[in-house]
Design a protein around this ligand. Sequence first.
Ligand SMILES: CC(=O)CC(=O)SCCNC(=O)CCNC(=O)[C@H](O)C(C)(C)COP(=O)(O)OP(=O)(O)OC[C@H]1O[C@@H](n2cnc3c(N)ncnc32)[C@H](O)[C@@H]1OP(=O)(O)O
Ligand SMILES: NC(=O)C1=CN([C@@H]2O[C@H](COP(=O)(O)OP(=O)(O)OC[C@H]3O[C@@H](n4cnc5c(N)ncnc54)[C@H](OP(=O)(O)O)[C@@H]3O)[C@@H](O)[C@H]2O)C=CC1
Length: 282
Amino acid sequence: MEIKRVMVIGAGQMGGGIAQVCAQAGFDVLLNDMNQDALDKGMKRIEKLLTRAVDKERINESDKTDTLNRLSKSSQLQDAHNCDLVIEAVVENMDVKEKVFGELDNIVPKHAILASNTSSLPITEIAAATKRPDQVIGMHFMNPVPVMKLVEIIRGLQTSDETYNVIKEMTDKLSKVPVEVEDFPGFVANRILMPMINEAIYTVYEGVSSVEDVDTVMKLGMNHPMGPLTLADFIGLDTCLYIMEVLYEGFGDSKYRPCPLLRKYVKAGWLGKKSGRGFYQY
Ligand SMILES: CC(=O)CC(=O)SCCNC(=O)CCNC(=O)[C@H](O)C(C)(C)COP(=O)(O)OP(=O)(O)OC[C@H]1O[C@@H](n2cnc3c(N)ncnc32)[C@H](O)[C@@H]1OP(=O)(O)O
Ligand SMILES: NC(=O)C1=CN([C@@H]2O[C@H](COP(=O)(O)OP(=O)(O)OC[C@H]3O[C@@H](n4cnc5c(N)ncnc54)[C@H](OP(=O)(O)O)[C@@H]3O)[C@@H](O)[C@H]2O)C=CC1
């Protein structure tokens, strides 16, 4: 099966990045969000990043124009009726994802593949919301999508070899590096990363050190490009909390309990960079 037309659902920080790299790789892309404001902001951000790439001479003006011409906005799921692949990047919530996949299953053509950019939720369960579980797969991009090379490809229990091979080939075309991962909570990336971020939050919560100092320790001591609390703000504290909850529930092990300070910040609406306040102010 050849993929030509792609819909990306959710015009947040991940959906926008995924739509951009797909359009840059030559695919026709529909960026979908039910929130018109998010859609407009997502498109503007893509344009800004492409302009920056032109300024840095990584692409030329006509690459930028061609990429933008391959991108369109969509506010209705029905627009997926002629797409070969849909990549979902809405909020990290199983009920919302199941609803989106259930609806998509009745809209997209028979041959279409449905992928989720979920960072931790079981692909097998998302697939069960459709009548095509063999054509459902996890395609977990890293943030910021245009910069990070990795894509975790997660096979659900019923994902077919054909679906896996099409998505692996697609990932290669996006100039990303695929790593095949089994369907377990948090996959590989977040099973390792998120407990580290949660522990950094506990370190502040227990008064061991300040936010700035925890970040400095990990930046200068371990050569991490960002300290864990800056990274948590960058990912989104809501997303960090949802992932910790998936790990905690999925493994039933207290070592994954989310730090109460993380819960408190999310309840306050301090979601990190995207809301203007998290461990830092933006
Ligand atoms: C939660 C999950 O499910 C999984 C995840 O994604 S976990 C998060 C994984 N990501 C990380 O760990 C990111 C860690 N941070 C980094 O690697 C770096 O700090 C960074 C790449 C984000 C920024 O790098 P930096 O050297 O500090 O800053 P800067 O020089 O401004 O940026 C480097 C390049 O990245 C680009 N960039 C930075 N932020 C960007 C963004 N949000 N979107 C697109 N491009 C971005 C810049 O344009 C720049 O490219 P050019 O040099 O070509 O202009
Ligand atoms: N942040 C990160 O670093 C990473 C996140 N992910 C995963 O990517 C997904 C998205 O995360 P992220 O981009 O950070 O989140 P954001 O909050 O930035 O964006 C989510 C977007 O999806 C929209 N949305 C929510 N529900 C629906 C729906 N039913 N239909 C259409 N659009 C909807 C939201 O609209 P509104 O604002 O109106 O709610 C918002 O625009 C999550 O599953 C997350 O776990 C994966 C890798 C890294």
